[in-house]
Every structure is written in structure tokens, then in C-alpha cells.
Ligand binder design. Structure first.
Ligand SMILES: [Fe+2]
Ligand SMILES: [Fe+2]
Length: 285
């Protein structure tokens, strides 16, 4: 494979922000609109992050020494710093969920087994392609989260650590969305493999989330009410529902020649501290 120069459509430096969230403010197990399906989706996502983000870091680190572009070298450092901090904060959130009686250990084991399988079964190049694909998933989730503040992840309450954490995490995911992709281009640079892996990842991601949700509901002996099912369906598949909105965004990634910076999300990062003063106030470094 010939190595190609990575694109730097956006050369903004990537700086980790150290944050402190007060997770004790999360008091309801089914905090998300009182809906057990939507709340368990958030728990499943959060449970997947600590080990998942460490997997991302390791897959990029494997190729770090082969990179000689100083901008990308800097961005890799920022990416690693941001993801390491996300892992820690999500661990705090997951601990809080456990304290509320959510069976996080069971789904944590599910995600650990899945990642152990990926490390054993896939080559470093394929693991980097997995990371690049999942970074597209997180950047897409991030855009939807920031563009739909009314989605209800704790909005309307005076103080929601989940919402504050998601705003911060979403912004940093958008900031570093192209790093793993650029490392892949600068080293592995196999477009067919990138697309083939992404097809598997985009399908299996939601299956893994659904499986984790079923486990959580089962362990709580909770059968969602019809109202919850209807509400969750419209959240995912209604007009501007997350899944209906994101389907074409995922397809874009499968086009040969695609680059994450082809999707301009920079407006979501501008003046963030003015737009989210309550989140900016939680930055400690
Ligand atoms: Fe992250
Ligand atoms: Fe990320």
C-alpha cells in the first residue's frame, strides 16, 4: 500500500479539557424521561465507553511511531488525552449507575468479551479501521446530540450531570473525529478494508447496544410499558429521530474517498463556552 498524506481541512489543535461532574446529582435509575428503554440505551452507551475508548487509544498508538507529520503527531496526543479522560468520566457515571441499582457489571462483561474478541481476531490494521469507523459513529451521535438539545437527556432539570457530560464529550468527539482516520490513511491506507470493516461495525454496533439493553431490563425485571415503547420508537425512528437522521450519515462513510472533514460540524464547536456556560463552569484544567 502506498502511504497518502492525511487531510487537514481542520487543523485546530486538539486540547483535552479536564472536567469535574457531580454524578451524585443523578438520582433516578430511569432518568431519561422516566423511560426505561431510552435510559438503558444511555447506560449501554456509557458502559461501552471506558474499555472502548482504551481500545481506540491502543489501536492509534500502535501506528503512532510511523507518523512523521507534526500536525498529526500533535493531534494524536490530543486525541489520546481526550479519550483517556472520557474513559475516566464514564467510569464515574457507570459507578453512579451501579449505585442506583443498574446491573452495569453484566454489560461491562459483554463489552469486554467483545473487545477481547476484536483484539484476538483482527490485525492492528483492522483494529485501526474499527476505531476509525466507531469514531464516525461517535461524531455522528455527537452532532445529533448537540443539534437536538430538546431531546430530553435531562434538559428541563436544574442540573443534569448526564447532559453536561454529553455536551462536553460530544464536542471533543467532533474535535478529534478525523485523527484515527488520518492515521489509518497515513499508514494502512486500504480503502476497501476501511469500508468493509465499517459495514460490519455499523450493523453490529446497534445490535450490541440492544443486547445490553435487554440484559439490563431483564436483570431489573422491567417490562417497558407501551408508552415507553412508542416514545423510544419515535426517538429513534420518528421525524428527525436519531436512527432515521443518522442513516444517510453512516452511508456517507461507506463512499470511497470519504473523509470525516467532508462533514462540516465546526459550527457546533464555535463559542461553546458562551453557548454552554453551565458546562464551561465545570472545566478545571
Ligand atoms: Fe470519547
Ligand atoms: Fe473519540
Amino acid at each position: 500500500m502506498t502511504a497518502a498524506q492525511p487531510l487537514h481541512a481542520d487543523e485546530r489543535p486538539i486540547k483535552p479539557r479536564r472536567m469535574e461532574f457531580d454524578m451524585s446529582q443523578l438520582r433516578e435509575k430511569y432518568f431519561f424521561r422516566g423511560n426505561s428503554i431510552l435510559s438503558t440505551l444511555m447506560y449501554a452507551l456509557s458502559a461501552s465507553f471506558p474499555d472502548g475508548e482504551r481500545f481506540f487509544i491502543n489501536s492509534v498508538r500502535h501506528y503512532q511511531k510511523q507518523i512523521d507529520d507534526p500536525v498529526l503527531i500533535d493531534q494524536i496526543r490530543g486525541f489520546i488525552g481526550q479519550e483517556a479522560h472520557h474513559s475516566r468520566i464514564h467510569e464515574d457515571f457507570n459507578d453512579r449507575a451501579k449505585a442506583l441499582g443498574v446491573d452495569m457489571d453484566t454489560i461491562d462483561r459483554q463489552f469486554k468479551r467483545r473487545l477481547a474478541f476484536a483484539r484476538k481476531r483482527f490485525s492492528p490494521a483492522q483494529q485501526l479501521a474499527i476505531t476509525a469507523a466507531l469514531e464516525h459513529v461517535t461524531a455522528t451521535l455527537a452532532q445529533w446530540t448537540l443539534e437536538n438539545p430538546e431531546a430530553g437527556m435531562g434538559t428541563g432539570t436544574e442540573h443534569s450531570p448526564l447532559r453536561e457530560m454529553l455536551v462536553w464529550h460530544a464536542m471533543e468527539e467532533i474535535e478529534h473525529k478525523a485523527v484515527a482516520f488520518d492515521v489509518y490513511r497515513a499508514t494502512v491506507n486500504d480503502e476497501r478494508q476501511r469500508i468493509a470493516i465499517a459495514k460490519i461495525i455499523f450493523r453490529s454496533f446497534w445490535l450490541q447496544m440492544a443486547l445490553a439493553q435487554v440484559k439490563l431490563l431483564w436483570s431489573d425485571r422491567r417490562l417497558p410499558r407501551w408508552r415507553e415503547v412508542r416514545e423510544a420508537w419515535s426517538f429513534m425512528w420518528g421525524d428527525n429521530g436519531f436512527r432515521s437522521w443518522s442513516a444517510p450519515e453512516f452511508k456517507r462513510y461507506l463512499q470511497p474517498g470519504f473523509h470525516p472533514n467532508d462533514i462540516d460540524q465546526s459550527h457546533l464547536l464555535q463559542q461553546w463556552s458562551e453557548r454552554y456556560p453551565e458546562v464551561a463552569a465545570l472545566q478545571v484544567g
